[in-house]
Design a protein around this ligand. Structure first.
Ligand code: UFG
Length: 282
């Protein structure tokens, strides 16, 4: 059923006519820069939309939910490795929308112990389905690194702009914890299983590999798997970017009996397969 999460009537009908036991809530807007320009749109979709959903879930007595949160809720810290106890102080609108929804779910849980909740804090999801059929095609200029690199390799964009090479990192570029979308996806199924079978619990879990990679490392890996050169130009730092952060994902690994195993090479290979098959300038 295709609908808008802001539309309470559609949600009401879905819960009325379908037999639903639990919800995985992915519906949200996710561009950090766009959120700064259009905060009302972001709060309306991400926060109000979520409230609509929770309200209808409560009315339908569906009280099991996995929510897509983000490592952005942590904001800036002196350490680079973030565990779930790292204080949350998001520095952008997008991060605040995720933080607000996490807190709403915590309050719901406090008021009614029958809720089972998984809050999943994604680090940097990339890649595509290994079939090459499902992938990410940004409608406008990609905001994120890997889709941009991929479009340059496909001849759709001239060059990559690297946002700063003067960070205090191994090669001066930003380092992130990239996680393959299929590892991310399997963690959702496992979280659902965990919260369905551990009643009355709320879990907050980091989803990442626990390793970071620089922009140059990602470029080199993409060049290797695609056989294409990625021209680039170093420009000023992007406001709000951090030098490096990565997940302490040990809690998720232990509780879910899960590990994000797919390598950066596989992330690039799957992205490239999808890009070549679907959007390629011949
Ligand atoms: N980068 C470039 N050029 C680009 C795009 C990115 O040099 O064209 C650099 C960035 O400066 C950064 C790294 O590549 O060092 C990764 O940038 P992304 O935009 O791919 O990812 P971010 O870490 O900035 O943000 C992402 C998602 C957010 C999410 C966050 C969580 O965009 O939605 O990860 O950690 F919240």
């Amino acid at each position: 059923i295709k609908g808008d999460i802001r539309d309470r009537d559609i949600l009401k009908k879905i819960f009325k006519y379908q037999s639903i036991k639990s919800v995985i809530h992915f519906a949200g807007l996710k561009a950090v820069g766009e959120a700064e320009k259009f905060p009302i749109k972001y709060y309306e979709n991400n926060v109000l939309g979520s409230l609509n959903l929770f309200h209808e879930m409560e009315l339908a007595e569906v009280k099991t939910i996995v929510f897509s949160s983000s490592a952005t809720v942590y904001g800036k810290h002196t350490k680079n490795k973030y565990d779930e106890d790292t204080p949350t102080r998001p520095i952008n609108v997008y991060g605040r929308t995720k933080h607000i929804v996490e807190n709403i779910l915590r309050d719901i849980k406090k008021s009614d112990d029958n809720w089972s909740i998984g809050l999943l804090r994604y680090f940097n999801p990339v890649g595509a389905h290994a079939s090459g059929i499902i992938g990410e095609n940004p409608k406008e200029k990609p905001n994120n690194l890997l889709p941009y690199i991929s479009q340059v390799a496909a001849g759709l964009r001239e060059k990559l702009f690297i946002f700063g090479n003067d960070y205090p990192t191994s090669d001066g570029t930003g380092r992130r914890d990239y996680i393959h979308i299929e590892d991310l996806s399997s963690a959702h199924i496992k979280t659902l299983y965990l919260i369905q079978n551990t009643k009355n619990k709320l879990f907050t879990l980091n989803l990442g590999t626990g390793k970071s990679h620089s922009v140059f490392e990602m470029i080199n890996q993409f060049e290797e798997v695609s056989g294409k050169e990625i021209p680039f130009q170093v420009v000023d730092r992007r406001p709000g970017d951090l030098a490096e952060f990565y997940a302490d994902a040990s809690k998720a690994e232990k509780l879910l009996d899960w590990k994000a195993n797919r390598s950066v090479k596989e992330m690039c290979e799957d992205t490239w397969r999808w890009q070549k098959n679907n959007f390629f300038n011949k």
